[in-house]
Ligand binder design. Structure first.
Ligand code: ADP
Ligand code: MG
Length: 592
C-alpha cells in the first residue's frame, strides 16, 4: 500500500475535474469506493434521514496510518496514483484524490480509522473542511466515515435536495449495484436504524440477486458465462433475465466495467438488442453484467463521477456484450410464453391470414343493414375521422355529451361498435371502462367510501430493495387506494386487502407497476402521485383489450360511459371513442 500524497499539479491537471458531491448518494458512492479500494470484506452503510442527517460508512479495510490522516483530506491527495503514466492503467475505483476533501468541505465529518499494522487509531473531526479536533482512539482495523448535516454550509444545495424518500431511493439503488458488482463483499444497508438490505458476501452473484430482486425473480436469471469461446480479451460475466422476466424500463440493467459501475447507453443498447424479438416492445430485461478487459483498453478518466468510461475499441466491447447475452438466451430451453397483451389477440385471425370476408364478418352488425359489409377495415382508419368528426366540445358542456348509443357488436375483441343518431361509433372497450372505473373511484373517494376487500389469506409479493423502499415510503398513499400492505422482510410485502374493484388480479404485476409509478425522478406532488396511482388501479381494474364481451356487458359499459362526466377520454387523456358520421360514410361511399 503506497502512502497518501498530494498529486503534483501536472498530474492533477490531467484528471477530469468537477464536483463529485451532488446528493447523499454521491457521498455514499465515493465512500463505498474508498472502502472497496481499501480491501474491505465488509461494508456497513448506515443512513439517517435519507442521508441529509447522517451517512456513516464503516469498513474493515486496511485503514489509514495515523500520520496520513490529515493529508487524506487535502485536495488531490491520493495513495492510488503516483505518475501520469498510472492514469493509463488504473485498477482502483478512486484515483482523483478529491472525494474526502470535497465531502468534508460541505459537511461536518468524522473519520475514525486504524491502520492494520498500528495499535492506536485516530479520530479526526472536520467542519466545512477545517479540522476541528483530532484524538487518538481505539477501534478495530478499518475506517468509519460519518458525514453529518450534508450541505449545512451550502444552503442553496441543501434546499435543492429531494425528500428523504427520494434520496433513500438513490442510495438503495447505488448500494445494491455495488453489492452485485462485489458479491464477495458483505454489504449491510440500514435506514434510520433498520436494516433494509444485506448481501452475504458469499462470492456468489446469485445470492446477491436473491437479496436484490427477490427469490422468484432471481430464479429467472440466467448466468452469462465469461469463459465463452471468445479469444478476445473482453470478458462478459454476470446474469441476465430469461425472456419471461421483464420490466417496463431499463433501470434494472446494471453494467460494470472492471468492477466500476458505469452508465453507458451503448452497452445498455447492446443488452436490449440481444433480446430482439424475445421481448415485447416497451419491455426491458434485468441484467447485471461485468465487462472485464485490460485496464489499458479503457479510459476511466473521462467523467468526474467516474460513471462514464471510454473504450479504445467500443465496437468490440459492444459486440462482446451483445453476443454473450444472446448466446445465454438462445442456449436456454424456451421459457413458457409470458402473457402478452396485444391489440389483435389470438382469437382474431391475423390480418394477412384472414380473408376480407372473415374480417368483415366480425364487423357484421347485429340486426342491421348488410351495407356495412362493404366497408373495408382500412376505411375506418381513426385519425382523419377523429379530426373531422369528433363532436366539437363546446365551452360549457366540455366534452360531456355522449348520445344514446345502440350496441351493434364487438370488433377485434377490442372495440365496441355502436350506432348513434349521428353515425357509427367505435368505442375502445378498455379506454372506456377505464374512464368508468376512474369516475366511480373518484366519486367513492369524495364520499370517503373506497371499497376495499380482504384477501382470503395475505399474499406475499416480492419486490426489489428499491421497490420496497418506494412502497414503504408511500404506504399511506397506497393505503388510500384501498390496499393494506405490510412490509415483511427486506424483499417482501404482505398484501392483506386490495381495492374492491380489482377483485382478482395479478398482485405481483400490479405492485411492480405501482413501484414503477412511484419511480419517477422528479419528486411528484402528492396530488399528482395520488392521481397516478388511481389511474393505475383503474387501468388494472378495467376490461382489457382482447376480452370477449357479451352483448349485455357491452351495453353495460356504454350505459356507464354515458353517465360519465368526461366520457370522451380515458383518464390518461386518450380518446375512448371515435365517430364515423353519417356524412363521412356517405362521402366514403361516394353517395354524394
Ligand atoms: P481517492 O480515492 O481518489 O484516492 P479520496 O479523497 O477518496 O481519493 O481518498 C484519499 C485517500 O484516502 C485515498 O487515496 C486512500 O489512501 C485514503 N482513504 C480514503 N478512504 C479510505 C478508507 N475507507 N480506507 C483506507 N484508506 C482510505
Ligand atoms: Mg476515493
Amino acid at each position: 500500500m503506497s502512502s497518501i500524497k498530494v498529486l503534483p499539479p501536472d498530474i492533477a491537471q490531467r484528471i477530469a475535474a468537477g464536483e463529485v458531491v451532488q446528493r447523499p448518494a454521491s457521498v455514499v458512492k465515493e465512500l463505498i469506493e474508498n472502502s472497496i479500494d481499501a480491501g474491505a470484506r465488509e461494508i456497513r452503510i448506515e443512513i439517517k434521514g435519507g442521508g441529509r442527517e447522517q451517512i456513516c460508512i464503516l469498513d474493515d479495510g486496511h485503514g489509514i496510518p495515523a500520520e496520513q490522516v490529515e493529508v487524506a483530506f487535502a485536495r488531490h491527495s491520493t495513495s492510488k496514483l503516483t505518475s501520469v503514466a498510472d492514469l493509463d492503467h488504473i485498477q482502483t475505483l478512486g484515483f482523483r484524490g478529491e472525494a474526502l476533501a470535497s465531502i468534508a468541505a460541505v459537511s461536518r465529518l468524522t473519520l475514525v480509522t486504524r491502520a492494520r499494522d498500528e495499535t492506536v487509531g485516530t479520530a479526526l473531526r472536520l467542519e466545512g473542511g477545517q479540522i476541528v479536533d483530532r484524538q487518538p482512539t481505539g477501534r478495530p482495523a478499518g475506517t468509519a466515515v460519518t458525514v453529518n448535516d450534508l450541505f449545512y454550509n451550502v444552503p442553496a444545495r441543501r434546499k435543492f435536495l429531494r425528500t428523504p424518500r427520494t434520496e433513500r431511493r438513490h442510495i438503495d439503488a447505488l448500494t445494491t449495484r455495488y453489492a452485485m458488482a462485489y458479491p464477495g463483499l458483505r454489504f449491510t444497508l440500514s435506514h434510520d436504524g433498520r436494516i433494509t438490505f444485506q448481501s452475504t458476501g458469499s462470492g456468489d452473484l446469485q445470492d446477491v440477486l436473491v437479496s436484490v430482486h427477490g427469490a422468484s425473480a432471481a430464479s429467472q436469471m440466467l448466468p452469462v458465462d465469461a469463459s465463452g469461446d471468445d479469444q478476445s480479451d473482453v470478458q462478459v460475466s454476470g446474469y441476465v433475465s430469461a425472456p419471461s422476466l421483464h420490466r417496463s424500463n431499463r433501470t434494472q440493467i446494471t453494467l460494470f466495467v472492471n468492477g466500476r459501475w458505469v452508465q453507458d447507453q451503448s452497452l445498455t443498447y447492446a443488452v436490449t438488442q440481444a433480446y430482439h424479438t424475445l421481448l415485447m416492445k416497451g419491455r426491458y430485461p434485468i441484467a447485471t453484467l461485468n465487462v472485464a478487459l485490460p485496464p489499458q483498453q479503457v479510459d476511466v478518466n473521462v467523467h468526474p463521477a467516474k460513471t462514464e468510461v471510454r473504450f479504445h475499441d467500443g465496437d468490440q466491447v459492444f459486440r462482446a456484450v451483445q453476443r454473450a447475452v444472446r448466446r445465454t438466451l438462445v442456449d436456454q430451453p424456451p421459457a413458457p410464453e409470458a402473457h402478452t397483451p396485444s391489440t389483435w389477440p389470438g382469437a382474431w385471425p391475423t390480418p394477412q391470414s384472414a380473408t376480407r370476408r372473415e374480417r368483415l364478418a366480425r364487423l357484421q352488425p347485429v340486426g342491421s343493414s348488410s351495407r356495412v359489409e362493404q366497408i373495408e377495415i382500412s376505411a375506418l382508419t381513426p385519425s382523419p375521422i377523429r379530426a373531422q368528426d369528433r363532436p366539437e366540445p363546446t365551452s360549457e358542456q366540455s366534452d360531456s355529451q355522449v348520445p344514446f348509443l345502440r350496441v351493434l357488436g364487438q370488433m377485434g375483441l377490442t372495440y365496441i361498435v355502436a350506432e348513434g343518431p349521428d353515425g357509427m361509433y367505435l368505442i375502445d372497450q378498455h379506454a372506456a371502462h377505464e374512464r368508468v372505473m376512474y369516475e366511480k373511484f373518484m366519486a367513492d373517494k369524495a364520499a370517503a367510501q373506497i371499497a376495499s376487500q380482504a384477501l382470503l389469506e395475505p399474499t406475499p409479493v416480492e419486490l426489489t430493495v428499491e421497490g420496497m423502499g418506494l412502497v414503504e415510503g408511500n404506504l399511506e398513499a397506497i393505503a388510500a387506494l384501498g390496499f393494506d400492505l405490510e412490509p415483511f422482510g427486506p424483499n417482501t410485502v404482505l398484501v392483506r386487502r386490495v381495492p374492491a374493484m380489482l377483485a382478482e388480479d395479478n398482485l405481483q404485476k400490479l405492485l411492480e407497476e405501482i413501484v414503477a409509478d412511484l419511480e419517477v425522478d422528479q419528486e411528484p406532488l402528492a396530488s399528482e402521485l395520488e392521481a397516478r396511482l388511481v389511474r393505475r388501479v383503474c387501468k388494472r381494474a378495467a376490461i382489457k383489450a382482447g376480452q370477449v364481451l357479451s352483448q349485455r356487458e357491452m351495453e353495460e359499459v356504454i350505459r356507464q360511459l354515458e353517465a360519465c362526466a368526461s366520457p370522451q377520454t380515458c383518464p390518461h387523456g386518450r380518446p375512448t371513442m371515435i365517430l364515423m358520421s353519417a356524412n363521412q360514410l356517405a362521402r366514403e361511399f361516394e353517395r354524394r
